[in-house]
Design a protein around this ligand. Structure first.
Ligand code: CTP
Ligand code: MG
Length: 249
């Protein structure tokens, strides 16, 4: 491996609207402690010595704005690039991946909407790929019992069954991949979609699974939660305030 190959690149899908968060700016640009979520997420990756390059997939109409934002927040001298994202998360990741130099062998994919992921999780995911896994996801056990239902929004929903909670994990990001594996499954998914096949997935490891690859889980962290609904922002503000008070974060 040459020097470039040993260091991972990260793709940050940041092109979503954030509909579940409610009206306002695109979610990645919404602020947490006065700093956009996206900047927190890029900083969290840049803090890892395993990451040498970060490619952000920005809202297609917000590329210049995102470049400006990243420029105005110091990012530890890391190489940060911005590309236009797509209509789905999957497409945004594919477009980001296309901007990564060909000799990079390890790629992490991290949601802009997970601003507080601890660097230990980033390091652990990258290390597991370096150690030989083709796809790695950080995850945590579930607090709630989960039931499968026949969806019937707003009305009573018949329960189908209750999976054994001990076997379930809530998955987070960054997810880590051998670059070759990730590029291959995204290409296959694109071909399949064009043929009217399966819908896009909500995580990249899901694509690896779909095409028969092997995915492993490593421990995630409760602070790597995704900011999805308004209450998540309240929690994120509290976590950030605690970090700033206790360790000058
Ligand atoms: N994402 C993206 N491109 C899209 C859709 C989503 O890059 N077309 C990104 C989001 O910006 C986010 C991550 O994928 O960082 C996870 O998606 P999610 O939490 O669903 O964010 P949004 O799609 O923005 O939110 P919502 O589904 O509530 O609209
Ligand atoms: Mg979404």
């Amino acid at each position: 491996m040459n020097a470039t190959a040993a260091v991972a690149a990260a793709v940050v899908p940041a092109a979503g609207r954030g509909e579940r968060l409610g009206p306002g700016a695109p979610k990645a640009l919404r602020e947490l402690g006065g700093v956009p979520l996206l900047v927190h997420a890029v900083r969290a990756l840049a803090r890892s010595r395993a990451v040498g390059l970060v490619v952000v997939a920005a809202p297609a109409d917000g590329v210049a704005e995102v470049v400006g934002l990243l420029d105005s927040h110091g990012l530890d001298g890391k190489d940060v690039r911005v590309v236009a994202g797509g209509a789905t998360r999957q497409e945004s990741v594919r477009l980001g991946l296309a901007a990564i130099p060909a000799d990079v062998e390890i790629v992490l994919v991290h949601d802009a909407a997970r601003p507080l992921v601890p660097v230990e999780v980033v390091d652990a995911v990258a290390a597991a790929v370096r150690a030989g896994a083709e796809a790695v996801v950080p995850a945590v056990p579930l607090a709630d019992t989960v039931k499968r239902v026949e969806p019937n929004r707003g009305g009573p929903e018949p329960v189908l069954d209750t999976p054994d909670r001990a076997t379930l994990r809530a998955v987070q990001t960054p997810q880590g991949f051998r670059r070759e594996t990730l590029a291959e499954v995204h290409e296959k998914a694109l071909t399949e979609e064009a043929a009217g096949g399966l819908p896009p997935v909500t995580d990249d490891a899901g694509l690896v699974e779909r095409f028969g690859g092997r995915v492993v889980v490593v421990p995630g962290h409760e602070e790597a939660f995704k900011v999805t609904r308004p209450l998540d922002l309240v929690l994120a503000e509290a976590v950030l305030a605690r970090r700033r008070a206790s360790d000058g974060y």
